[in-house]
Design a protein around this ligand. Sequence first.
Ligand SMILES: [Zn+2]
Length: 315
Amino acid sequence: MIKVNSTIDMILWAMFLAIPVLYILIYLLNVNFKKNRKKKVIRLVINTFFIILLVVLLKLALFSVGETKTTKEDDITTTTTKEVKTTTTTKKTSSVKVVSKEYPKLDYIDGEREEKGYTSKGYLIEEVNGVTYIDGYMIANKTYGLPETYVPNNATLYKIAPVAQSYLDDLFKAAASAGYNLKDQSGYRSYSVQNNLYNNAVKRGGEAAADKYSARPGHSEHQTGYAMDICDKDHMDACITTAYDKVPSAKWLSENAWKYGFILRYVKNKENETGYGYESWHFRYVGKDLAEILYNNGDWITMEDYFGITSKYSD
Ligand SMILES: [Zn+2]
């Protein structure tokens, strides 16, 4: 069944119902009513009834209205997002409550949506309460920061956002069946926690070194609540270190996490795209559809490359 928005749905109804109207017109123009008038009228009524029944059933079988509540502006969004467009500076705002069932696309976010143009690959950039969404996916990297006030719904410090918990549970269950004992080491981190982490990293090795692995406050994906640093309980010495890459569960995760909607966020040799060095432990929930695309049969595509965005601090 094809999902359409309400405007297209109305057009489709008009098109389908034009068929019986056309039939009546052709019938009236071609049939001579002078003889057997009653019989011909009855035939017209019966035929029309069955034609209407048929087109209604056909319409319902082929098309359904999408579940997402959208405004007219959103309708435009849906149809244009996939097209490659140059960046525009037009701004549109709409103060609708965004309640999408297509998690993690704009899920649970209430507030005014502001269109900020398109990425170099034609994806719509939107902002809600200072949080950036690209094609509906929340983005936090060196280019796009989160406001200090942003806290995921019902978030618990160091846990994953509740909406992604069941997917993480499934991932860990699958890992356990494969013989790996995983630990959800560090998930949601507030702006202030990240601020401390970053400042400590700067104190240890200077700003340039800190920027390679630690995010500046507001720029950490951990503040979204959708990121999780995963460790192996049997190899805690390698937990959140470059040594984790050599632990067998790291390989298993990189090959299987996508099935549960998680992506390896900072892949090898893509620092120029993501802005970060390789992190074999850092996974981000994006939902299975996007995760499968980005997994790309093992040849990971970064979110930055896929959406056509940068990850660079402005200063
Ligand atoms: Zn991390």
